[in-house]
Design a protein around this ligand. Structure first.
Ligand code: CO
Length: 137
């Protein structure tokens, strides 16, 4: 069901500082910051040859990453995003096997304008998983 690793997300306390570290210290290509009010985050993507790193910072009062940041003040790894071809079929299969889809269970539009869902970390070895529909290869 899952295809490529799309990105690994890291919550950071200082988005400009983390962007500069990836750009200047690690020599990576870094996108501009993008506010995603529907998700309560501001994102920067670090573009690597084989995948991406998503730097996340809380946006607004009800940000889903605000608690994570208060528990991990220096930041930390937050989720892993795998690509799927058909997110509806993936959700159906996962739910039928007892996995929990977070929120209302329906895909939302993610950072790349594509449908995404998040899966409960307790069902996946303590790791928050995002699925992103990239369509047929
Ligand atoms: Co993500």
């Amino acid at each position: 069901m899952i295809g490529r690793l799309n990105h690994v997300a890291i919550v950071v306390p200082d988005l400009a500082g983390a962007s500069a570290t990836y750009r200047d210290t690690l020599g990576a290509t870094v996108t501009k910051a993008q506010d995603l009010p529907d998700h309560g985050v501001t994102t920067v993507f670090v573009e690597l040859a084989n995948t991406k790193i998503e730097l996340l910072h809380p946006l607004g009062a009800d940000s889903p990453v605000a608690n994570f940041l208060s528990n991990n003040p220096s930041g930390g790894m937050h989720h892993i995003c795998y690509e799927v071809q058909d997110i509806g079929a993936a959700i159906e299969q996962l739910v039928s096997e007892g996995a929990r889809v977070l929120g209302d269970g329906q895909p939302k539009t993610g950072a790349h304008g594509l449908p995404v869902v998040f899966l409960h970390p307790k069902d996946f070895s303590g790791t928050l998983i995002e699925l992103e529909e990239v369509g047929a290869a």
